[in-house]
Design a protein around this ligand. Sequence first.
Ligand SMILES: Cc1cc2nc3c(=O)[nH]c(=O)nc-3n(C[C@H](O)[C@H](O)[C@H](O)COP(=O)(O)OP(=O)(O)OC[C@H]3O[C@@H](n4cnc5c(N)ncnc54)[C@H](O)[C@@H]3O)c2cc1C
Length: 460
Amino acid sequence: VAIALDGGVPDYGARSSSGSSRLGVFKRPRDSRPPDLPSLIPDRDGPAASLADLAQPTLARTESNAAVGRETAAHDEGEKSVSLDEFDARLIKESFAHMADNSSLAMEYFYSHLFSVSPETRGMFPMGMSQMRETVFAALARLVWIVDSPAESAAYLAQLGRHHRKYGVKDKHYQAFFRVLLNTVAYFNAGNWTPETEAAWQGMLAYAARKMRSAAAAEAKNHPPWWVGEIVGHDRRSETVAVVTIKPDGPLPYRPGQYLPVQVPRWPRVWRPYSIANAPRGSGLIDLHVRAVPGGMVSTTLVRQAAAGDTVLLGPAAGEMLAPASDRDLLCVAGGTGLAPVKAIIEDMSRRQQPAGRTRKITLFAAARGEPDLYDLPDLIRLQSAIPGLAVIPVPSGLLPDVRGTGLFENCEAYICGPAAMVRQTTLLLAAHVAAEQIHHDPLPDEPFRPVAASRQYLA
Ligand SMILES: Cc1cc2nc3c(=O)[nH]c(=O)nc-3n(C[C@H](O)[C@H](O)[C@H](O)COP(=O)(O)OP(=O)(O)OC[C@H]3O[C@@H](n4cnc5c(N)ncnc54)[C@H](O)[C@@H]3O)c2cc1C
C-alpha cells in the first residue's frame, strides 16, 4: 500500500535557489537523519477507537521512532506473527471489489477521513492529490490481488516498506493509515460488512503492516531513506530531452535496469521514477535520460530548469527489469528515453564473461519518432564498437521492423522499454515467439491487477 504518508523529508532542507543554482538546493543535515515530525494521529481515541489496536502490537519498528537501525532486532523478537492463513482472503477480495466499483470516491473518502482525523497529514502530501490517489488505490488493488500468494505478497510488501522510508513514515503513520483504510472499506461495503469481513481485513492489514515495517527496519540498518543528489552534468540533447548526470551524496546501490524516485525542490513531495541509464560506476555517478512531457512538473523542471550545481532528492532504486542470469542472446526494443534502462543492461552485459564458445548477440532497436529523437545515437555507436556482438539498429520511424524470420527471436531474452503503447504492441508481437518469463518490461499504467511475475508493476 503506497501509504505516501509523506513525512516531510522532501521539504526538509530545501531552500530557494541562490547564486547560479536555478532549481534550488536540498541539504542533508549533519546527523543524516530527517528531523522528528509532529504526531500524526490523536492517540487511540479517534472515531475508530475500536480499531486503534489494529496491528500495533505485532509490528516491527522502523527507524523513525528510534535511531536508525537500532532496537530492531530486539523488537522483532517480541513480535507476534500474523500469517496469511489467519485471515480469509476471499472476504477481502469480495469486499475490495465493492469498493473498487467506486475507486475514486473511495480514495477521496479515505484522504478526507485521514486529513480530518489527522489534519497535519495534509501538509505531508503534494498539493495535487489525483496521482497520489490513483497510485495508492492501484497499490492496494495489487496487494489484494496477490494477498493469498505468500511469496508475492511478502516481496511486494517488503518493497513498499522499503520505499516508504523516503517519506519519513513512522510507526504511528502505519497505524493511522491502516485504521482509516479499514474504515473506508467498511464504509464502501455498508450493506455487506460482517464481523468476519472486518476480522479478515484486520488480519490482512496487520500482516501488511508487519511485513512493511520489518523490511523498512532491515533496510534502515544499511541505507539511508533518501539521498541528496547533486547535478554534475546537464546535457540538453534536444528540445525535450536532457541527459542529467547526478552524484548521490553516498553509495546508492542499484542493479542495471532499475529506476530511482526523483524529487526536485521546486515540487516538494512529488516523486517520479526515472530509469538509470548506466551500469554502476566507480565514481557513483548516475545518468538519467529525461523527456519533458507537456505540463509535466518534474520532467520539465529537470529538462528545462535544472543545471549543474542544483540538487535533487533520490529515493532507493526499484524495479524488476533486470539483466538476465541466463546466457541467452538479448533482443532489446527501446523507444525514446526507454533507452535508459536498456543501455544500463547492455553496459552490464559487456562486463560479463561471454557464454562458452560463442559471442552473445545483443540487438538493440532504438525507436524514435524522428532523427532528433535519436538523442543518444553517438553514444550508442560508440557502445557498438566497444561491445562485441552488439548491433544497434536506429528506427527513426518509431515502428519496430518486422524481424520475424531473422532468428533474433530464437531463445532470446527480450527487453522492451518506452511508451506504453509501444511496449504493449511489441510484447504482443513477441508473445508468439518468446516465453513470457523471457520478456521483460517496466510497469505499464492501467494494469494494477496483473500478477507480479507478468506485470513487473511499480506502484510505490
Ligand atoms: C518505471 C518508470 C520509469 C520511468 N523512467 C523514465 C525515464 O527514464 N525518463 C523519462 O523521461 N520518464 C520516465 N518515466 C516517466 C516519469 O516517471 C514521469 O511520469 C514523467 O517524467 C512525467 O512526470 P511529470 O512530473 O513531469 O509529469 P506530471 O506532472 O506527472 O504530468 C503532467 C501531465 O503529463 C501527462 N504525462 C505524464 N507522463 C507522461 C508521459 N510519459 N507522456 C505523455 N504525457 C505524460 C500527465 O497525464 C499529465 O497530464 C518513468 C516512469 C516509470 C513508471
